[in-house]
Design a protein around this ligand. Structure first.
Ligand code: F0G
Length: 469
C-alpha cells in the first residue's frame, strides 16, 4: 500500500449493493450474490453506493488530488486507469485484482475530424489504446476480478469480437477457463486471432450476436459459470471510470457533449453512471449531454428515441423497445438488434438531455477515414461517433463551438479488411433478410487511399508523389 492509500482505507465497497433499476421494484442484493438480473422482476441491476454517507472518502474534492497523485505511484493498482479510482469500485481495498494496466488512455485533439464535423474543435478519447485494443478492458478487469473472488471456474461471454478478446486475455491472467460464443462468420479475423492466442474455448455459433446472447442467458444458471457480458453490473463499474478520466484530462471542466457508438449499450450506460456519481459527489456541477450513435441497420435505440421524442413529450424513460430482428452493418462490433442494456442507456441519454441517432454505412465509412487522417485511426464502430456528430451539427442540434468528446472504442487494426476494402473502393454491404432477395450495396471510397504499384526507380516514385499533390 502506498502512503496515499493508507489514508483511504476503503469502506465504500462494503456499503454498496446490487440494486434493481426498475421503478417500483428497486430490490437490493449483496455484492457476493452471483446474479445478473433482478431475481424478483428480471430487471437490470446496477451497483449502488451510499455516496452521500461515505465517511471514508472524506472531502470528495480530495479525491481529485489522490487520483492524480497515483499516476506517479508504482503500486500495480495505481498503474491501472481503472483501479486508480478504487474508492468508487465495489471491492475491498485488499481484494486481489486482475489487471493488465488498462485505462489511462489518451484524449487527442482532432482538427481534421472537427472540420469534417463542422465544429471548431473536437477531442477523441481513444479507448482503443487499451491492452487488448478496445474499451472492453476497463470493464473486464473488474468483472474477472469479481469472477475470481466468487470462485467461478469458467467465465463466458457472447461477443461480436472485442468482449471476447478482452475476456480471453483477462481470464488467462487470472488462470480461469474462458468460453466465448461468437456469431459464425461475423467477427473480424483480427479479433478472432486475439481470442485464439489468449487460449479461450471459442464456440462459433450458427446465428447472430443476439442468438449468442440468448445462449449466454441460458448458461448463466450453471453454478460453475460466470457471465462477463455488460449485463453484469461489475463490468459497468470498471467502464464508468472513463468518465472520471475524461474529466481529469479536461482539468475537471465538464465537456458539453460526450458521444459514443451504441451496440449492446453497456458503454453509454457506464458513462451515464460515471458522470452521475461525479455529480452526486459534487466533483462536477452538471452532466454533459451523452449521445449515442447507431448504424442504421442496427438501431433499435435510435428508433425508440425518435418515437419517444415524437409521442411521449415527457421526462419518463420508456419501458418498452422494439428489437431489430435482422441487424446489419459492416461495423460488426455494433451489429446488435436486441441490446441488453437499453434501459440504462436510454435513461442516461434522457437524464443528460442527449440524443440517439443513426447514421448510414457511407457516412460511417467516410468518418472512419477522416479520423485516420488525423493520425489516430479507429475501428469502424468507433467512427459512428464522428459521423453522428456531423449529422447533429448539420441539423443544428449541436453548436459549432460546443466542447465535444467522441469516445473511440476500438483500434484501427481491429478490422484491417474493412480498411483495405474502403481505400481500394471495394467495400460493400450485403443484406440477407429471409423472404427478400439478397441485395448488395457498394460503399464509395470518398477519402480512399489505395496503394499504387510503382516501378523500382527514383523518377517513377517522384512522379507518383507529384501526381498526388
Ligand atoms: N465499439 C466497439 C469497438 C465495440 O466492440 C462495441 C461492442 C461497441 C462499440 C458498442 O458498445 O455494446 O457497450 O454499446 N462490442 C461488443 C463485443 C458487443 O462483443 O465486443 P456497447
Amino acid at each position: 500500500m502506498t502512503s496515499v492509500d493508507a489514508k483511504s482505507a476503503l469502506q465504500i465497497g462494503k456499503k454498496a449493493v446490487q440494486r434493481c433499476i426498475t421503478t417500483g421494484c428497486e430490490a437490493s442484493f449483496g455484492l457476493a450474490e452471483r446474479i445478473y438480473v433482478c431475481p424478483r422482476c428480471s430487471g437490470p441491476l446496477e451497483i449502488e453506493f451510499d455516496l452521500e454517507n461515505a465517511e471514508s472518502i472524506g472531502d470528495p474534492k480530495s479525491l481529485r488530488t489522490r487520483w492524480h497523485d497515483r499516476l506517479l505511484s508504482t503500486d500495480s493498482r495505481d498503474k491501472s486507469g481503472v483501479w486508480r479510482f478504487r474508492e468508487l469500485l465495489p471491492f475491498d481495498d485488499d481484494a486481489p485484482i486482475v489487471t493488465l494496466f488498462e485505462g489511462n488512455t489518451p484524449l487527442y485533439d482532432a482538427p481534421r475530424s472537427a472540420e469534417f464535423a463542422g465544429l471548431t474543435a473536437l477531442r477523441l478519447k481513444h479507448q482503443g489504446c487499451n491492452p487488448t485494443a478496445s474499451f472492453k478492458d476497463t470493464g473486464m478487469t473488474t468483472a474477472v476480478t469479481q469472477a475470481a473472488l466468487l470462485g467461478a471456474k469458467t467465465v463466458v461471454c457472447a461477443s461480436t469480437g472485442n468482449t471476447a478478446a478482452s475476456l480471453a486475455a483477462y481470464s488467462a491472467r487470472a488462470g480461469l477457463q474462458c468460453a466465448i460464443l461468437l456469431p459464425f462468420g461475423q467477427v473480424s479475423a483480427a479479433k478472432l486471432a486475439q481470442s485464439m492466442d489468449y487460449g479461450a474455448a471459442i464456440c462459433e455459433i450458427d446465428g447472430n450476436f443476439d442468438d449468442c446472447m440468448r445462449m449466454i442467458q441460458e448458461l448463466s444458471n450453471e453454478p460453475s459459470i460466470y457471465v462477463a457480458n455488460s449485463i453484469n453490473p461489475f463490468r459497468i463499474e470498471g467502464q464508468k471510470t472513463v468518465a472520471f478520466e475524461i474529466l481529469e484530462q479536461n482539468d475537471w471542466r465538464v465537456p458539453e457533449h460526450i458521444v459514443v457508438p451504441g451496440g449492446n449499450l453497456g458503454n453509454s450506460s457506464a458513462l451515464g453512471k460515471g458522470f452521475g456519481e461525479m455529480l452526486r459527489l459534487g466533483l462536477i456541477d452538471r452532466l454533459p449531454k451523452i449521445s449515442v450513435v447507431q448504424a442504421e441497420g442496427a438501431a433499435p435505440l435510435a428508433h425508440l428515441f425518435r418515437k419517444w421524442q415524437q409521442h411521449e413529450k415527457s421526462s419518463d424513460v420508456p419501458d418498452v423497445i422494439e428489437f431489430v430482428e435482422h441487424p446489419n452493418t459492416l461495423a460488426t462490433a455494433i451489429k446488435i438488434g436486441s441490446p441488453v442494456s437499453w434501459k440504462k442507456a436510454i435513461r442516461a441519454v434522457i437524464q443528460s438531455h442527449g440524443q440517439v441517432i443513426s447514421i448510414t454505412e457511407q457516412e460511417l465509412a467516410d468518418a472512419k477515414a477522416v479520423i485516420g487522417r488525423d493520425g489516430i485511426g479507429c475501428e469502424p464502430a468507433s467512427a459512428a461517433t464522428l459521423a453522428g456528430i456531423r449529422k447533429l451539427v448539420a441539423a443544428g442540434k449541436t453548436q459549432k463551438n460546443e466542447s465535444v468528446v467522441a469516445v473511440l472504442t476500438g483500434h484501427v487494426l481491429k478490422d484491417p479488411d474493412y480498411v483495405s476494402h474502403y481505400h481500394r473502393g471495394t467495400l460493400a454491404i450485403e443484406s440477407h433478410v429471409p423472404g427478400k432477395p439478397a441485395a448488395r450495396h457498394s460503399i464509395k471510397g470518398n477519402f480512399g487511399n489505395a496503394p499504387v504499384r510503382v516501378a523500382a526507380n527514383k523518377h517513377a516514385i517522384l512522379e507518383n508523389l507529384e501526381k498526388r499533390h
